[in-house]
Ligand binder design. Structure first.
Ligand code: ZN
Ligand code: MN
Length: 477
């Protein structure tokens, strides 16, 4: 019996808008060291009579996220109350979009191999806006409630069951993380709970179209935990089916330290959420012109960038990886291209000497000593031939160390390429000393070419441009 793995995802992405979803309380991104209950008000704690009003920035970011996921943005959408009782939800309900979500029917494309040659497209059912819960801490038999996270904005991205392996899920999550970072929707750190992933897993016999009972897995807080949880659950269901038993519909939690899953809820105690339209919140009505304006803030997808880097620029995977995984490097690279710098040399300097320096000094690209404009000048000087490769290495080293402008370094260190006239004189000298070299070249024996070039480079103190040497040399025969 060969079983096919069917996976669908529900990913919660915490938006980094300055305020919470329905009040002006700060939407804190990092709770470390923050005193509990310092960013709360009657609205986000659900006090009777408090009136929720949708904040503008989370709505904008939610729609931009929808557009980045190629969703259709509904011109009319609405909020519902999802009622359940839970200690970390004293309001008694979560505000979500059950009936008419703002973003529906999208698609995410991503690569599923290290060579960027195999693409996969996953359908997005919807990307709905909702509030986050409170936080409970159990200590010494007491439960402590912290409302700082209460009603902060989330977008839940729900996919169709289009994944067929744990690998595909991880590639997708990485792409989603890049989309969130490129567009500044969220830092999307799983470890910080800014991106949380629930996985629905079922198995079916290959060639069958029937969907079997699915099990929902929760509580994975890293990419590797997601992978382990999926592999574990696939194994568990395989064993159940092999024994001719049935998998029960249930929600299971993943304990990554113990590498085990445990039952949280079975179908029998599935909750009835009693969804009702939120009576306090009017429908979200969006003008087409407003939606069009939001689309201008959405940057090209990381997937499309990878396609451009590999097919237009012919970058290998080292270059692509060096340019796509760090959002700041990626933006920096794109800005240089917009400045008219050559893609290949821009990437070479960024991915090799500059990235190495950043690694060694634990600095980001925004912390390098030189300005972006100086780096553009450096690349332009190189492209025009005023800065030859041998000298460029010295210049970039000095720029990294001192932050001086490239032209200043060139002037101070006399790093100008030797002019063509001087190169010609040296070539003539060499041929005068060894006339048979020129004879050989004239008769079509190209062997002396390398030798003469080397001699000229030596006489120039390695300050001649090899391109100019070749050019001058070829004029002689
Ligand atoms: Zn509040
Ligand atoms: Mn949700």
């Amino acid at each position: 019996m060969s079983l096919e793995i069917i996976i669908g995802l529900e990913v919660h992405l915490k938006l980094n808008s300055p305020n919470k979803l329905f009040c002006r309380c700060a939407n804190v991104q990092n709770f470390d060291g923050l005193d509990p209950n310092t960013h709360v008000c009657p609205v986000c704690t659900g006090q009777p009579g408090a009136l929720a009003v949708l904040s503008q920035e989370p709505l904008e970011k939610s729609v931009q996220l929808g557009l980045a996921l190629w969703c259709k943005v509904n011109k009319v959408s609405s909020f519902d109350r999802k009622s359940y009782f839970y200690p970390d939800l004293p309001m008694g309900y979560q505000i979500t979009q059950q009936h008419i979500p703002t973003n529906v029917d999208g698609e995410v494309s991503f690569f599923v191999d290290k060579e960027f040659s195999k693409a996969k497209h996953v359908r997005i059912r919807d990307a709905h806006i909702e509030t986050d819960t409170w936080k409970t801490t159990q200590e010494n038999g007491m439960a402590y409630l912290d409302y700082n996270r209460a009603a902060t904005p989330l977008v839940e991205i729900v996919t169709h069951p289009d994944f067929r392996s744990a690998d595909e899920v991880i590639w997708f999550l990485q792409e989603l993380q890049r989309i969130a970072r490129y567009n500044n929707f969220s830092d999307a750190e799983m470890e910080k709970g800014q991106m949380r992933c629930d996985v629905n897993i079922s198995l079916r016999e290959e060639w069958s179209t029937e969907l079997r009972t699915r099990v929902e897995m929760k509580n994975m807080s890293s990419f590797s935990a997601v992978r382990r949880a999926i592999e574990h659950e696939v194994e568990r269901q395989t064993v159940v089916y092999a024994a001719w038993n049935d998998v029960g519909q249930e929600t299971r939690g993943w304990d990554d330290a113990e590498h085990i899953s445990y039952m949280m809820r079975s179908k029998e105690d599935a909750m009835d959420y009693r969804y009702i339209p939120d009576p306090d919140l009017p429908p979200v009505i969006l003008e087409q012109s407003w939606i069009d304006k939001q689309s201008k803030y959405v940057v090209e997808s990381p997937y499309t960038r990878i396609v451009r880097y590999t097919t237009e620029y012919w970058f290998n995977k080292e270059y692509v990886n060096g340019l796509i995984n760090d959002v700041q490097i990626n933006m920096y690279f794109e800005e240089r291209i917009a400045d008219g710098c050559l893609p290949k040399s821009t990437a070479t300097w960024l991915v090799w000497p500059i990235a190495r320096w950043m690694n060694e000094n634990e600095k980001s690209i925004t912390e390098v000593a030189f300005s972006p404009a100086d780096f553009t000048t450096f690349l332009h000087l190189q492209a025009s031939g005023d800065l030859i490769n041998q000298h460029a290495k010295t210049v970039i080293k000095d720029m990294l160390l001192t932050g001086k402008a490239p032209q200043t370094i060139i002037d101070e260190k006399w790093l100008k390429p030797v002019d063509a006239g001087q190169v010609k004189t040296w070539i003539e000298e060499i041929f005068a000393e060894k006339p048979d070299l020129l004879e050989d070249l004239k008769w079509g024996n190209m062997k002396p070419l390398g030798f003469v070039t080397g001699q000229v480079m030596k006489r120039s103190g390695w300050s001649a441009d090899p391109k100019i040497v070749q050019q001058e040399l070829r004029r002689m025969f």
